[in-house]
Design a protein around this ligand. Structure first.
Ligand SMILES: [Zn+2]
Length: 79
């Protein structure tokens, strides 16, 4: 493999910026989820649906510890 070309086309920068923005959005969603989960731990509602108060399955919480909704109110995952 040749060394990376320092004169690589600038078009690549756009792609990298897009990837960075996507990562940033994913990180922000994660932080938002952690924030809300911590808040629910504080007020004692952790593990219950934020919409209807139904308890969320432990196995679902193991998969996604910041899950804040029961299956009925979860809906399709937002991307
Ligand atoms: Zn619910």
């Amino acid at each position: 493999m040749p060394a990376a070309d320092p004169g690589a086309p600038a078009a690549d920068d756009g792609l990298v910026a897009d990837e960075h923005r996507a990562l940033l959005r994913a990180a922000e969603r994660l932080l938002d989820g952690v924030d809300r989960a911590l808040g629910s731990l504080d007020d004692g509602s952790y593990g219950t649906c934020e919409v209807c108060g139904t308890s969320v399955d432990d196995r679902d919480l193991e998969e996604d510890p910041v899950l804040m909704r029961c299956p009925q109110h979860r809906g399709p995952r937002r991307e």
